[in-house]
Every structure is written in structure tokens, then in C-alpha cells.
Design a protein around this ligand. Structure first.
Ligand code: NAP
Length: 199
């Protein structure tokens, strides 16, 4: 498969590595390459320039933490624009160019199901992403599929650990395995959860 991986953080890095190890061709991009989730016209130009590809693995999307009572207009707007609408726009912009039977994988996160202090924006945004995946799966043409990977806090993301006391972590490599599973198999409309609630 020829797969576009968006995002160079720990998840994107692990996904890129996993896909290359599995023998796939990877185009690895992020904002620093001029591929910005918040610029839908730029996304359209980019996907048109690539030609045909078989998959898009989105491993990016800014979302901010803030207590509800103190959260600002900008924090809400940036998070909804970044991680939610940004990923939706990736699918809308790539759809004319992805191959028949191609596959999209988006990213949400544990805050869909679990609560953390100041996590209300993350919870909201992740629900938008997962809702889009379920709705889009029913409408995508030409056998194109879409799924979502929902990791808990990563083992590698130590800066976030203090915000997730008592949450078992997941290794980025295991998250990448879920991306590979979603890209490679005939599943669609699924949320692949990489979180445990049993301690
Ligand atoms: N880390 C975790 O514990 C964790 C857990 C659950 C879910 N997630 C979700 O997984 C996603 C990736 O997280 P991560 O920790 O691997 O990476 P990250 O540290 O959030 O890094 C973000 C990466 O995404 C790129 N990026 C950010 N905004 C972008 C935009 N508007 N357009 C294009 N690229 C953009 C950045 O590109 P540049 O470097 O080029 O700016 C960077 O490579 C996020 O949506 C996050 O909410 C993360």
C-alpha cells in the first residue's frame, strides 16, 4: 500500500516505522512540510499532487486542556478546528484521490470514555471525531473505509502523565499496530480502543 502518514509526534513516528517494516510505501508529512490540517485548500492541493494512494493515517490534531469555567473562545475554536474539523477536512480533501477500497484512519483518544481534570475540550473533540468516523463510514463511496484509533496516554508522552493519574499507559508501537490493523483489514466505522479501565 501507498500510505500518507500525517504527524511526526510519537504516534506518527511509530505508525511510519510500523508501516515501513510491514513493507508499505509511506509518505510522511506534517505541518513543517506545509501540510496543515487547518488549511483545507492546502490539503486539497497536496492530495491532488500525490496522485493515487491507498491510505491516509492521521496522527495529528491540536487539542487543548482547560477547566470548563476558565476555557477561552480561542481554546475551543483552535481545538475544534485543529483535531476535529482538521481531520474531517483531511478526509474531504483526500477522498477524490484515494484509491478504490482505500482506507482512512483518524485519531481520537481515551477522553471520549474517561474523564480527567480540565479534559472537557478533549472529550468533546474526540466525540466529534468518532461521530464523523461512524457517519462517514456509511457514506464513503467505492469501498473506501474509515476507522479511528483511540489511544490512552502514551508511555512515551511523559509530560502528560501527571494529568492522567492512575491511567495505565500504552506504548506508541501498540497504537501503531492498531493503525496497521485498521488500514489492512476490511473493517469500517470502528473505533479501535487502546485503553484499559481495569487498573
Ligand atoms: N500523546 C498521547 O499520549 C496521545 C494520547 C491519545 C491521543 N493522542 C492524539 O494523537 C494525536 C497525535 O499526538 P502525538 O502525541 O503523537 O503528537 P503531538 O506531540 O501532538 O505532535 C503533533 C504532530 O502533529 C503535527 N501537527 C499538529 N498540528 C498540525 C496541523 N494543524 N497540521 C498538520 N500537522 C500538525 C505536528 O507537526 P509539526 O511538528 O510539523 O508542527 C507534530 O508532528 C493528537 O491528536 C493527540 O491528541 C495523543
Amino acid at each position: 500500500m501507498k500510505v500518507i502518514v500525517i504527524g511526526r509526534g510519537p504516534i506518527g513516528s511509530a505508525v511510519q516505522k510500523k508501516l515501513v517494516a510491514a513493507g508499505h510505501e509511506v509518505l510522511w508529512v506534517s505541518r513543517r512540510d506545509g501540510i496543515d490540517l487547518t488549511d483545507v485548500d492546502g490539503l486539497r492541493r497536496y492530495f491532488a499532487s500525490v496522485g493515487r494512494f491507498d491510505g491516509v493515517a492521521c496522527c495529528a490534531g491540536e487539542v487543548m486542556a482547560a477547566p470548563l469555567a476558565l476555557s477561552t473562545d480561542e481554546q475551543w475554536a483552535r481545538s475544534l478546528r485543529g483535531k476535529a474539523m482538521g481531520q474531517i477536512d483531511v478526509v474531504r480533501a483526500a477522498l477524490p484521490h484515494i484509491a478504490d477500497g482505500g482506507s482512512f484512519v483518524l485519531v481520537s483518544g481515551v477522553l471520549t470514555d474517561e474523564r480527567m481534570h480540565a479534559g472537557v475540550i478533549g472529550t468533546t473533540v474526540n466525540h466529534v471525531v468518532e461521530g464523523f468516523v461512524k457517519g462517514a463510514a456509511a457514506e464513503l463511496p467505492r469501498g473506501v473505509r474509515i476507522n479511528c484509533v483511540s489511544p490512552t496516554v502514551l508511555t512515551e508522552s511523559t509530560a502528560y502523565h501527571a494529568y492522567f493519574p492512575g491511567f495505565p499507559t500504552v506504548d506508541a508501537a501498540d497504537v501503531a499496530t492498531a493503525y496497521l490493523r485498521a488500514l489492512s483489514n476490511p473493517t469500517t466505522g470502528r473505533v479501535l480502543k487502546l485503553h484499559r479501565t481495569d487498573g
